[in-house]
Ligand binder design. Structure first.
Ligand code: HEM
Length: 45
């Protein structure tokens, strides 16, 4: 869930911009990125 929020809202005052509303398939694309990051081994996200 944290990863979803970071991708969607970004991290203020860093170069990590908000991707919410920027991706072709919106929310679905953010969840796909979360799934990919989890599949790559990240835990608790
Ligand atoms: C679709 C593309 C991207 C995705 C999915 C993504 C995803 C993420 C995620 C999940 C984190 C949090 C990592 C963690 O602390 O667990 C993060 C942090 C960060 N990202 Fe991205 N990111 C993307 C593109 C970018 C780009 C293009 C930049 C800069 C050129 C960037 C810069 C950063 C930085 C600096 C942080 C650390 C922020 C901090 O200090 O907490 N990201 N990103």
């Amino acid at each position: 869930m944290r990863t979803y929020r970071v991708i969607s809202e970004g991290v203020p005052e860093t170069t990590m911009i908000a991707f919410g509303g920027q991706l072709p398939e919106g929310d679905d694309d953010i969840w796909r990125l979360v799934a990919y990051i989890r599949s790559a081994g990240a835990e608790n996200c």
